[in-house]
Design a protein around this ligand. Structure first.
Ligand SMILES: CC(=O)SCCNC(=O)CCNC(=O)[C@H](O)C(C)(C)COP(=O)(O)OP(=O)(O)OC[C@H]1O[C@@H](n2cnc3c(N)ncnc32)[C@H](O)[C@@H]1OP(=O)(O)O
Ligand SMILES: CC(C)C(=O)C(=O)O
Ligand SMILES: [Mg+2]
Length: 575
């Protein structure tokens, strides 16, 4: 029996081993990107992005075309309004020639006057005559719009998809550019143009430059009529510094540069969409196309929320409002049927959560330090952004308790949520008690669970001894205490003398038992629970062997609270 289990195990491990080695064959890959013809590394001398770029949301087009079920008309209208609320001034609303919904959506925006005066809509079209014509038809009556035309220029697309020479591909671009110009002249409205050499990152850089310059020669941009050249990372093929160098080269050599808005449109295949964008902005780009939460084809477009908040945490105004990310997330998830990953920067459920003890300790201390010394500055350890700035709560989002947590975090939760100021020396004991519960239950503990554990273990413990009454008289410069207790159901009366009330009670308890201890810590404070104000006391008693046992008492009367704390500690000792 044992032998057959061992055999199966060995067979399975062999299959597992093989499945991990057989598939990987790096020799079948070659780098498919192109370095610019000359070194372009001025961007390396810049440290950070000092000014927000022009943002263009492509959620309703690139994001939408990547959804399992593209948004309905009503959903697109709601999403458009959301983008306007966030503060986008340029919004690519769709690909009007793609479907009836896309077409009708554009007509709905125009006919119902849903486009604010300070917002410019943008529409995408292939560089194909009938598609461009349909696009202009859909734009009738628009006061102002960017018409965005694209064609693929990469080696792979030229060879495999279009089967055309460089000259023929350039002609697709310039023919498209000419048609845009003609139709814009023939149609009422203020039209701006954008051209994308799609698959730019798989295109020889000097060729991409020639194509863009040829389009610019057709359009002849002017200071009062700038055009957008968008250099997309349609597919991410290189490391971010390569893209930055490509952008710097294009920016330096592009004709009419002062009348060109240089735009980025990064995707995220290698997980570097944000890095590509940030470095390319240092390299001279003016504008960024991206989406909320990075939704988009395959691994997505660049996430504008991350870009904007990265800037924000460097002290730069991103000119977009992400102060209520939880609400934004809800609406986004409902409309797109996508879900936001728990670790999505700035947004995910867990991005502010510190479960581990040392992080919690540092955060809790950092919060106190900030309150006392620098309330208007944010540099709390482990929290690069103030959760409040994006609509999150310290209480529920930051310090979360499980078996990895520590005394600092657990005390912080008890203090912030319930007002307990646990003495420094007692914290370790409470910390181990609480995390042990989490470990055994294999569960996170929410604040009310932690309160329950704290109360059950430390507060007003009445087994075996339950306090019935306590009276004090002052005598001979000291205090005499008479305590009525119920021990295991039997009433008992204890007497003792001491320097103070607690001392007298402690002496009384020790006189009538074989317990020996001394009080090493006593602390108390008012505890505001709802409208009632109660007192909370903490007592630590030390046995001759050095062990310290803790108890806590809560009562309206401060003296009774302290006696209850002592009895709790003594009961725990007895238990
Ligand atoms: C990287 C990007 O995100 S680009 C945007 C991609 N988005 C979309 O495609 C979503 C919307 N698209 C659609 O609904 C459809 O593709 C339509 C309506 C635009 C066009 O539909 P169709 O003509 O039926 O199909 P399709 O797009 O496959 O057309 C392929 C043809 O167009 C050519 N083509 C594709 N893109 C372009 C372009 N940008 N410029 C010029 N020609 C192009 C292809 O070479 C091919 O030519 P062929 O007929 O000679 O083989
Ligand atoms: C249409 C273009 C700009 C695009 O979406 C891309 O290249 O990713
Ligand atoms: Mg794209």
């Amino acid at each position: 029996m044992h032998l057959s289990i061992l055999k199966t195990y060995l067979q399975q491990s062999l299959i597992f081993e093989r499945s991990f080695t057989a598939m990987m064959n790096p020799s079948k890959y070659e780098r498919q990107y192109f370095m610019p013809p000359e070194t372009s590394l001025d961007w390396t001398k810049k440290e950070y992005i000092t000014k927000a770029p022009t943002w263009c949301s492509v959620d309703l087009r690139d994001g939408n075309q990547a959804l399992i079920i593209p948004m309905s008309l009503d959903e697109k209208v709601e999403f458009f309004k959301l983008l306007v609320k966030v503060g986008f001034k340029e919004i690519e609303v769709g690909f009007p020639a793609a479907s009836e919904t896309e077409y009708t959506f554009l007509r709905t925006l125009i006919e119902n006057d849903l486009i604010p005066d300070d917002v410019t809509i943008q529409v995408l079209t292939q560089a194909r005559e009938h598609i461009i014509k349909k696009t202009f038809e859909a734009l009738k009556g628009a006061k102002r719009a960017i018409v965005h035309v694209y064609n693929s220029t990469s080696v792979a697309q030229r060879e495999q998809v279009f089967k055309k020479s460089k000259e023929e591909i350039m002609k697709i671009a310039t023919d498209g550019a000419k048609l845009l110009k003609r139709l814009a002249d023939e149609t009422d409205g203020n039209f701006l143009f954008e051209y994308s050499p799609e698959s730019f990152t798989g295109t020889e850089i000097d060729y991409a430059l020639d194509v863009c310059n040829a389009v610019l020669d057709v359009w002849q941009p002017r200071p009062d009529w700038k055009v957008i050249i968008n250099l997309p990372v349609t597919v991410q093929l290189s490391m971010p510094h390569v893209y930055a160098s490509q952008i710097e080269y294009m920016s330096k050599h592009m004709k009419y540069r002062e009348n060109v808005v240089l735009s980025l449109h990064p995707h995220n295949d290698r997980g570097c969409g944000v890095a590509d964008t940030e470095l390319a902005l240092l390299a001279g780009a003016d504008r960024v196309e991206g989406t909320l939460f990075g939704n988009g084809e395959r691994t997505g477009n660049v996430d504008i929320i991350t870009l904007a908040l990265n800037m924000y945490t460097h002290g730069v105004d991103p000119k977009l409002d992400f102060s209520n990310l939880p609400e934004l997330t809800k609406v986004y998830e409902r409309l797109t049927r996508m879900s936001v990953y728990e670790r999505q920067p700035y947004t995910g459920q867990l991005v502010f959560a510190a479960f581990s003890g040392s992080h919690q300790d540092a955060i809790a201390k950092g919060m106190h330090w900030r309150d006392e010394k620098h309330p208007e500055h944010w540099n709390i350890p482990y929290l690069p952004i103030d959760p409040h700035d994006v609509g999150r709560e310290y209480e529920s989002d930051v310090i979360r308790i499980n078996s990895q947590s520590g005394k600092g975090g657990i005390s912080y939760v008890l203090e912030e949520n319930f007002g307990f100021h646990i003495p420094g020396k007692m914290r370790e004991d409470v910390g181990y008690t609480v995390k042990d519960v989490s470990d055994k239950r294999h569960q996170e503990l929410v604040p009310r669970d932690i309160l329950k554990v704290f109360k059950e273990v430390y507060v007003n413990i009445d087994d075996p001894c339950k306090l019935k009454e306590v009276h004090f008289v002052q005598k001979d410069g000291g205090i005499e205490a008479e305590i009525s207790l119920e021990k295991s159901g039997v009433p008992k009366l204890y007497h003792g003398k001491g320097n103070g009330r607690l001392d007298a009670v402690s002496n009384a308890l020790q006189r009538h038992s074989d317990m020996h201890y001394s009080i090493v810590t006593y602390q108390e404070h008012a505890l505001n629970v709802g409208s009632n104000s109660q007192a909370c006391a903490y007592v630590g008693v030390q046995e001759p062997n050095g062990n310290v046992t803790w108890g806590s008492g809560i009562h309206e009367d401060i003296i009774t609270a302290s006696v209850l704390a002592l009895i709790s500690a003594v009961n725990r000792l007895d238990q």
